[in-house]
Design a protein around this ligand. Structure first.
Ligand SMILES: [Cu+2]
Length: 315
């Protein structure tokens, strides 16, 4: 509890880095970058491949974080992990964004999959954005909504690293916000109401996780998540016999995702965004297929994940 006050104070001080306004035909779409933190991740043992020897900021929940706007509609979120000078903090220099989960409490906000605060955006180290700005949808932010951030950070470097979680929020206001239909996140995959982890076997594997669609409506966008050695994550609708989306992982696309030992880490996952991607009915049996390829001789990947967030316009 004693650590919370300085964090909150620094959040207030660090908030708001940039504000741009684009006006198109009476509609306003605004971009605002907010830094959450800073967080100092303790030193690790210098091995970029051994998670157990890394320094960590374990799951820290921060309540009442800064929101970019109120009475508005979020149409995009681009996550980053940065140093004090604004440059990217990534695995090439030590830090890893293990996860950041943003949730909202307020009128109409309840996690459709698990109950409790609505987890509306999340990022792993691959930093997948949400972008529905080109479609007539958005995630509503009410006047009295309060947001929380759950964050876990790691660092393999042998010195401590101080980083901030930065999100560039894009949002609509005024009539552009009220004319947008709401999207709600639904969570699918490995233990998504718990730690979300599963043990991936050696070799090529396809592990299935069943869930029931909690909402009827149109899937508008997706965010998939796997860990290193993950190949892809797909959500199928077993009731309808269709595939909703496959997110395919790429590794080492930029130098930040290549550690000094030459290993390439997950740097992006493909997304599906369309109007609609698919339709689902409440009660449909959905299945998440997490495919991994853990090489022989590697240590066991006990903390794999295979998750997909489906953003649904309920109807
Ligand atoms: Cu993860």
């Amino acid at each position: 509890m004693r650590r919370r006050l300085p964090v909150l104070l620094s959040l207030v001080l660090a908030a708001i880095a940039a504000l741009t306004l684009t006006a198109t035909a009476g509609a306003a779409v605004v971009t605002k970058t907010i830094s959450y933190g800073p967080f100092t991740i303790p030193a690790g043992a210098g091995d970029p491949h051994d998670h157990h020897s890394m320094g960590e900021v374990p799951n820290r929940q921060i309540d009442n974080i800064a929101k970019p706007c109120t009475n508005c509609s979020i149409v995009g979120a681009r996550p980053a992990l940065v140093y004090a000078d604004g440059s990217s903090a990534n695995l090439d220099t030590g830090p890893m964004l293990h996860h950041a989960v943003f949730s909202a409490k307020g009128k109409g906000k309840a996690d459709a999959t698990c109950g409790g605060a609505e987890r509306f955006f999340a990022s792993g180290n691959e930093r997948t954005p949400l972008d529905v700005s080109g479609l007539p949808y958005g995630y509503g932010v009410g006047k009295a909504d309060s947001w929380s951030l759950l964050i876990e950070l790691m660092n393999w470097a042998t010195e401590a690293k101080t980083v901030s979680m930065q999100v560039t929020w894009t949002y609509a206001t005024g009539t552009d916000a009220t004319s947008r239909k709401p999207i709600r996140p639904t969570w699918h995959g490995s233990d998504v109401c718990g730690l979300a982890e599963f043990a991936a076997p050696f070799g090529f594997s396809d592990t299935h996780f069943d869930s029931t669609a909690p909402l009827s409506g149109a899937v508008i966008s997706t965010i998939g998540h796997v860990h290193d050695h993950g190949v892809s994550v797909e959500t199928t609708n077993e009731t309808r016999g269709t595939s909703i989306c496959t997110s395919t992982a790429a590794t080492g696309e930029t130098p930040g995702y290549v550690t000094p030992d030459g290993r390439r880490h997950v740097s992006s996952l493909t997304q599906c965004t369309a109007d609609p991607v698919a339709r689902v009915a409440r009660g449909d049996l959905l299945q998440v297929h997490a495919t991994y390829n853990v090489p022989a001789g590697h240590h066991a990947v006990e903390d794999a994940m295979g998750i997909m967030i489906l953003y649904v316009n309920p109807s």
